[in-house]
Structures are given as structure tokens and as C-alpha cells.
Design a protein around this ligand. Structure first.
Ligand SMILES: Nc1ncnc2c1ncn2[C@@H]1O[C@H](COP(=O)(O)OP(=O)(O)O)[C@@H](O)[C@H]1O
Ligand SMILES: [Mg+2]
Length: 399
């Protein structure tokens, strides 16, 4: 059987973190939500921020990008960053991205106003500290002034933007990672701006532990945000995620082929891209048949192993891998009791708490509730049980 290279080149599916999919299924309600925020902001009405949480590969980054697009197209000033968890970097990115956002404003008049608002901040800051302009602050002094500087910046920008019937939306990805100091400052800031009736909102995305991280940082965080869980897509959306791009590129899936794709992808957006790509490449007929989907499945699984699982597995040290493997043995992909993991490893919970902590730091596991532990990546447990025996230190994704 000969493949048609021109059709391979038309393959619309492409797995990869933050990669814009050919069809953004299942996002209508969220786009409407942000459209409503935009409309209310323009009318001078207040909003809550939005927090999206879910496992890896669920579409959060792509959704955040789409929402930023939608709001900036409607005249909202938007900034976006990915939190790193390093205090200096997180602060720097906040200042940098917010300043950059004002430079992207189309209206020259408004852009000038924002620029002069920003320019006045440093002098205010110096007088607040009781030092003359031109005095160089030590790193420590500068660090202490960060929350104040951010507040001045956001408040003066929001004031100008409110006068122009718009506002400032800050999109933060991997928000659960953010250092607690900038995170706390951001949450207080949205709270304060709300009290002053100024249009500044955080739209954040992160792992399922994110709502807990926010409430621990500031107890009132619960009231400031609308919390949305980003889970598996329903079958109808999943089917559309396969069929729409395939049809648009001239080669739809046959009904039974589509049923199989829906079944193997479990409504995980990352899986849609991997299985869609492999089935398309394996197909030599139009429409694409069930046999092609089946023929492509090993390739899709290999792509998922490499792109989603192996690279993350490799980040863990030997002890971390033991912990991850114990989790898989106890409960497959489901959350399990931390104490049971320790028992499985033949240790006391205290002895493995450092390992658990380092895996949380690496973003590989999270605690869905007190005393429980779970993988951040859907299918990780299955992967470990299936592939871990063949994966030494030198595992490179090939079999
Ligand atoms: N609505 C969607 N429909 C189909 N595929 C999607 C959708 N959103 C994202 N994807 C795909 O899923 C994968 C993971 O998306 P991403 O936004 O990086 O997830 P997360 O940030 O939750 O880890 C990417 O390959 C992306 O192309
Ligand atoms: Mg992401």
C-alpha cells in the first residue's frame, strides 16, 4: 500500500503542550463567560476573576490563549505569563508583561496616557521610600518594594483604562507554581481593585490543587474567583474534535473509525491530537477506515509515551520513581492514600514525605485532598505499569 505524501502534509492534528488545536472543541461556555466579563467591564461593572484547574494535557493553556485572544480583540488590555515558582522571575515577568501589554494598545492617545502613568511610578516609589530619585536601591530594598510597585502600576493603569471604558486582564498559566509572595500580592491586588471599583482581573490556569493554593495564600480568594474544572470532554465534543478538522482537510473518518477514536482517546484533548495524527498518517483511503485507526494506535501510544509521560518520568530521581511506581501498583491511575504508598514501599509515611514533596515540586503528583496523592497526568499509572520495567536511567522513548 502506498501512502500519499501530500495527504500526510495536510494532517491537521498535532499533539504538544500549548499547541493550538485545529478545532477548539468544548470551549464555548468559557468563551461566552469571558465575553460577558468583557461586556461588563466596558460598562463599568465589576466581575470575578476566573480560575481553571485540571490535569495536564486537558487544554488549559490553549484555552487561556484563546480567552486572551478573545478579550484583546474586544479592546481589553491583556498580559500573559507562565509562573515559574522562582520569586525573582515571577516578579520580573509580572512587571515586564504588564508594561508590555500597555505598549500593544492600539489607540495612540490611550497608549500615551498609560506610558505616562507607568513613567510616574518610579518617582512615586522613591519618594515613598524617603530616598531621592537616582538613588540606587539594593536588591533587598527593591524586593521589599515589589508589592507596592505592582499595586501602583496596576492601580494607575486600571484607572486610566476605566476612563477609556476598558480594563486590564492578567492571564497566568501554571498559577499553582507561583511564588507565594507575588501570588499573595496579586490576589490582594484584585481584591483591592474590586473594592475601588477598578477593572483588574486575574484569569488563571493550573493543576487541580490550584484552588487550594489560592485559599491558603489569601483566605478570601474563594470569593474573588469563579472556579472552573477542566476535565475530560464529553463524547460528542471529542468526536467533533476528530471529525471537524478531518473533514475540513478533505478526509473524514468513517463512523466506526470515529467511534474507535472516541473510545481510545477518553475525552483527553492531548490524546485527540495524538490518535488523530496517527490515524490520519496510517490511512490510505477516503474516508479513513477503522483499520487505519487501529493501525495507527501503536504510533499514537508511542507519541504519548514520549511527549507526555517519559519526559516527566525522567525528571524524577530513583526514589521518586519508586514512589510513582508504588502509586501505580496500589491504585493504577486513581488517587491513593499517601500512607498506603509508604506502606507499599516498606517505609513510614515520615520517611517518604520528602520524596512526595519533591514530586509535587516537579509537578508530577498533587494532593487532591488531605492524605491523598494523585498523578497530574491522565494515564500516568497505566504508563508506569506498562513501560517502567523497560525504562532504566537510559530510557529514551524507543522500544
Ligand atoms: N479544545 C481542544 N480540542 C482538541 N484538542 C485540544 C483542545 N485544546 C487543546 N488541545 C490539544 O491538547 C493538547 C494539550 O493542550 P494544553 O492546552 O497544552 O493542555 P494543558 O495546558 O491542560 O496541559 C495540545 O496538543 C492541544 O493541541
Ligand atoms: Mg498547560
Amino acid at each position: 500500500m502506498k501512502k500519499q505524501p501530500s495527504l500526510d502534509a495536510l494532517n491537521p492534528f498535532m499533539p504538544g503542550a500549548g499547541m493550538r488545536p485545529p478545532e477548539l472543541v468544548g470551549r464555548d461556555a468559557d468563551i461566552e463567560n469571558v465575553d460577558r466579563m468583557v461586556a461588563r467591564t466596558k460598562l463599568g461593572n465589576l466581575n470575578q476573576g476566573i480560575i481553571f484547574s485540571g490535569l495536564r494535557g486537558m487544554r488549559k493553556t490553549v484555552l487561556l490563549l484563546a480567552l486572551q485572544d478573545a478579550s484583546s480583540r474586544q479592546g481589553i488590555v491583556t498580559a500573559r505569563l507562565e509562573a515559574k515558582g522562582d520569586i525573582g522571575t515571577d516578579w520580573d515577568m509580572l512587571f515586564h508583561e504588564i508594561a508590555l501589554a500597555t505598549a500593544r494598545v492600539k489607540s495612540l492617545r490611550l497608549r500615551r496616557k498609560l506610558a505616562s502613568a507607568l513613567a510616574s511610578i518610579d518617582s512615586v516609589q522613591f519618594s515613598f521610600l524617603g530616598v531621592g530619585a537616582g538613588v540606587k536601591l539594593s536588591d533587598e530594598e527593591r524586593r521589599r518594594t515589589n508589592p507596592f510597585r505592582l499595586e501602583l502600576m496596576v492601580e494607575s493603569l486600571s484607572r486610566e483604562l476605566a476612563k477609556a471604558n476598558t480594563g486590564l486582564f492578567l492571564f497566568v498559566d501554571e498559577l499553582q507554581e507561583m511564588d507565594d509572595e507575588p501570588l499573595g500580592a496579586l490576589i490582594s491586588l484584585q481584591h483591592k481593585m474590586g473594592q475601588e471599583g477598578l477593572p483588574f482581573y486575574i484569569i488563571g490556569a493550573g493543576l487541580p490543587n490550584l484552588p487550594g493554593v489560592l485559599s491558603r495564600s489569601r483566605s478570601y480568594a474563594e470569593r474573588l474567583f469563579e472556579y472552573r474544572t477542566i476535565g475530560q470532554l464529553p463524547d460528542s465534543d471529542t468526536a467533533e474534535g476528530f471529525q471537524k478538522p478531518a473533514r475540513a482537510n478533505g478526509r473524514p473518518f468513517a463512523d466506526d473509525a470515529l467511534d474507535e477514536l472516541v473510545k481510545v482517546s477518553h475525552g483527553y484533548p492531548y490524546f485527540i491530537q495524538a490518535y488523530g495524527k496517527a490515524a490520519w498518517n496510517a490511512s490510505d483511503s477516503n474516508p479513513t477506515l477503522l483499520e487505519a485507526v487501529r493501525a495507527g494506535e501503536p504510533e499514537a501510544r508511542r507519541e504519548l509515551d514520549e511527549g507526555l509521560y517519559a519526559s516527566r518520568w525522567q525528571r524524577a530521581k530513583t526514589s521518586g520513581r519508586e514512589y510513582l511506581t508504588a502509586m501505580a501498583k496500589i491504585n493504577g491511575d486513581e488517587p491513593c492514600d499517601s500512607s498506603a504508598v509508604a506502606a507499599e514501599m516498606g517505609k513510614q509515611p515520615k520517611e517518604v514525605s520528602m520524596i512526595r514533596e519533591s514530586l509535587i515540586q516537579l509537578g508530577l503528583v498533587y494532593s487532591p485532598e488531605h492524605g491523598k496523592i494523585a498523578y497530574t497526568i491522565p494515564g500516568m499509572g497505566e504508563f508506569i505499569l506498562r513501560a517502567a520495567p523497560t525504562m532504566g536511567q537510559t530510557y529514551d522513548g524507543r522500544r
